[in-house]
Design a protein around this ligand. Structure first.
Ligand code: DX5
Ligand code: ZN
Length: 216
């Protein structure tokens, strides 16, 4: 299976989203990653469901919504109605994580969970059978363009091992500081979906860059 590339729109030119989506649509990126931040769970504020609705009208690609918000249960329905294909919530933001995952599944969307760099991946063991995706944060969430945290490799390796032991098929996604420099090692360790913002959008030829990432 080819690696799925999910360009992060946080690094896009918001003044010209239509053109950004046009070239993204022509690229080999299978997913579009949308970072939703609320200024509480993370120290930054970004997009809401209206943005997802706008994007839904501009692309047929799989829309991957990463909710970096408190009380994500309140917004699941709205993001699904706006056109999200996958909805990922943070482990750290959910007291009743199993219920929230169920809520996402009930809307018909894929359900993902994400963990911050300090969260032990072993804590996910009992929820793994219920999710379609686990998103490992390789930077502290909130901003694009940060440096990749090196301990992420072993975390992904441990998650990959748990996936094999439990004979599960959820996808492993990594987000933060991902570029062509670390992509191959990430995929070797078990990653299926590479989220990448700055590396793609600041490269000389973003379409080619995405192609390279998908072939690592
Ligand atoms: C960070 C976001 C990321 C971010 C990645 O909180 O979740 O998706 O856009 O951007 P880069 O690839 O620039 O680190
Ligand atoms: Zn993200």
């Amino acid at each position: 299976m080819n690696t799925i590339v999910a360009p992060s729109l946080l690094a896009a030119d918001f003044s010209d989203l239509k053109s950004e989506m046009k070239w993204l649509n022509s690229s080999s990126a299978e997913w579009i990653h949308v970072d939703v931040m609320d200024g509480h769970f993370v120290p930054n504020i970004t997009f809401g469901p209206l943005m997802v609705k706008t994007l839904r009208n501009l692309t047929d690609k799989f829309i991957d919504v990463h909710l970096m918000i408190e009380n994500p249960n309140k917004y699941i329905e709205a993001f699904r109605k706006s056109g999200a294909d996958n909805i990922t919530v943070h482990y750290e933001a959910c007291v009743h994580l199993h219920r929230v995952i169920q809520m996402i599944k009930d809307t018909g969307a894929n359900a993902g969970i994400s963990i911050n760099p300090h969260t032990n991946v072993e804590l996910l063991r009992d929820i793994l059978p219920y999710v379609d995706l686990v998103l490992i944060m390789s930077v502290n969430p909130g901003f694009g363009g940060q440096k990749f945290i090196e301990t992420t490799y072993s975390k992904i390796e441990r998650l990959h091992k748990m996936r094999e032991e439990q004979n599960l098929d959820f996808l492993i996604e990594v987000d933060g500081g991902v570029s062509i420099k670390n992509a191959a090692k990430l995929v070797e360790n078990g990653v299926n979906v590479l989220v990448s913002g700055n590396a793609i959008f600041t490269s000389e030829n973003p379409v080619e860059y995405i192609e390279k990432l998908s072939l690592v």
